[in-house]
Design a protein around this ligand. Structure first.
Ligand SMILES: [Mg+2]
Length: 123
């Protein structure tokens, strides 16, 4: 099975992203920070499952979004990584792109907007 990994320290955001993507036809997995996500992705690969996409926050405890993307990209150059954050500074966005982010969305998000970005990257 292919999974979209929803990585955010806010349970409310994770739940609302999950609700927005519930009909998209992929498994949906939550993680609360970068470390948690890397562990869960490792488990998932060990089970023969795949990452279809990551949707990742920037500001999180233990491991932030930029550090997560760098680590994730060491093993996976292709799965799209969409950043979903309150950070709108151009400098941060460039840092994210350099780390390997595929797209950048500013919170709060609209359901249709997130759905269309996900469709675009998973087409
Ligand atoms: Mg956060």
């Amino acid at each position: 099975m292919k999974y979209i990994i929803i990585i955010d320290d806010s349970p409310t955001i994770r739940t609302s992203v999950e609700f927005t993507l519930k009909d998209i036809g992929f498994g949906l997995m939550h993680a609360e920070n970068g470390i948690d996500a890397l562990n869960k992705i490792q488990q998932l690969s060990a089970n023969g499952d795949e990452v279809a996409m990551c949707i990742v926050d920037i500001n999180m405890p233990q491991m932030d979004g930029i550090s997560f993307i760098k680590k994730f990209r060491e093993n996976d150059k292709f799965a799209p990584v969409i950043v979903l954050t309150t950070e709108a500074e151009e400098e941060k966005i460039q840092e994210g792109k350099k780390a390997g982010a595929s797209g950048w969305m500013i919170k709060p998000f609209k359901a249709e907007q997130l759905q269309s970005v996900v469709h675009k990257f998973l087409r």
